[in-house]
Design a protein around this ligand. Structure first.
Ligand code: ADP
Length: 346
């Protein structure tokens, strides 16, 4: 079931939480809503769930216009960061609960709930109460409960935020496994770019209630549509260098090299040049495009990150930990033509 959002706007008093959203979420895909706090992710999720009705616009589930359909009729499952389990009920009874509310006979409800515990790898925890479970286990129960009614759409609102780093990684792989195993369409809200890029078929990047870019994770990373998208994705962050018409050479302290032509060619207007730290080659030989002085070095995971002082700005670059670069020395930075990003200076 494809989901279509058509001209969706949601206004609270004088605040536009989302503005004129047009997008399609393809059947069977996991789509992340990504963006900083306050950009409209949760509002969009609430609109999909039916708990909010849009100020204007229409939502379609397949061919059906569901804009005015109540939440309980939409066949959706929801998972929240808070788990929202019933503390006095066992794991199995928590999972059976939505079925019992619908008057599904006890025996059938139990069998279906047990099938869910199997899917979520929590069969051995059936009789425990939520208070006797770890955060990760509680989230597994919450997901099982969200799926037990066989919804057509699964909505997840920052489901990993309360977990520590290791569990977050484990649960994100689990969510992806289950989503693919049962082939359900899912919308996943997160402010964490790494999470969004790793888990999704598509990412919908939002800012101030407006969709900035809707694309596959890799293309969002490789081809950010504007400075905001470029900055929001990537760690360490992309280097952004604002240049005024005719000023690039001076700004970057350019050495004559083929690539120079490329940067200068783009200089018919004021542009911001984006260079990802991992795309820069660093050398102590005078054979690259940009020269500068190494002013800082630190280890991040497998790599070493250096900061290089150019004429006016500093840029970050990732280098191999064995590279013989030292703080204080002059170095030369190169980059493949196709990895240079140009953005309109906002
Ligand atoms: P996010 O989930 O990306 O953090 P939200 O969708 O919660 O963003 O909020 C988007 C904007 O709408 C914010 O400016 C927020 O303050 C505003 N907003 C959200 N819900 C309400 C509400 N119930 N009443 C008034 N303003 C709201």
């Amino acid at each position: 079931m494809d989901i279509h959002l058509r001209n969706i706007t949601m206004k609270f008093q004088d605040v536009y939480a989302v503005q004129n959203i047009n997008t399609t979420i393809k059947s069977g895909q996991l789509v992340s809503l990504l963006g900083p706090s306050g950009c409209g992710k949760s509002t969009t999720l609430m609109l999909l769930s039916g708990l909010y009705k849009p100020t204007s616009g229409d939502i379609y589930f397949g061919d059906k216009n569901v804009t005015n359909m109540e939440a309980e009729d939409r066949k959706i499952g929801m998972v929240f960061q808070s788990y929202a389990l019933y503390p006095h009920l066992s794991v199995l009874k928590n999972i059976m609960f939505p079925l019992r509310m619908e008057k599904v006979p006890k025996k059938e409800a139990k069998e279906r709930a047990q099938a869910m515990t199997k899917l979520m790898h929590i069969e051995h925890l059936q009789d425990r109460k939520p208070g006797q479970l770890s955060g990760g286990q509680q989230q597994r129960v919450a997901i099982a409960r969200a799926l037990v009614k066989e919804p057509k759409l699964l909505l997840l609102d920052e489901p990993l935020s309360n977990l520590d780093a290791r569990l977050r990684l484990e649960m994100r792989e689990e969510i992806r496994r289950i989503q693919q195993e049962i082939g359900i369409t899912a919308v996943f809200v997160t402010h964490d770019q790494e999470e969004a890029l790793s888990i999704s078929d598509h990412v919908l990047l939002m800012k101030d209630g407006v969709i900035q870019q809707h694309s596959k994770p890799q293309s969002m990373y490789r081809y950010p549509c504007n400075r905001f998208a470029a900055k929001f994705l990537g760690n360490p962050p992309i280097n952004l260098i604002e240049t005024k018409h005719g000023q690039t050479q001076e700004k970057l302290h350019l050495h004559t090299y083929n690539q120079t032509k490329q940067i200068l060619a783009a200089e018919q207007r004021d542009v911001t040049i984006g260079l990802r730290p991992e795309d820069l080659y660093v050398s102590s030989k005078e054979n690259h495009l940009i020269s500068g002085q190494v002013i800082h070095m630190e280890t991040i995971g497998r790599d070493t990150m250096i900061r290089v002082q150019l004429q006016e700005e500093t840029v970050r670059a990732l280098i191999h930990p064995d590279a013989t670069i030292q703080v204080g020395q002059t170095c030369y930075l190169g980059i493949k033509e196709e990895n240079i990003h140009y953005f309109n200076t906002e």
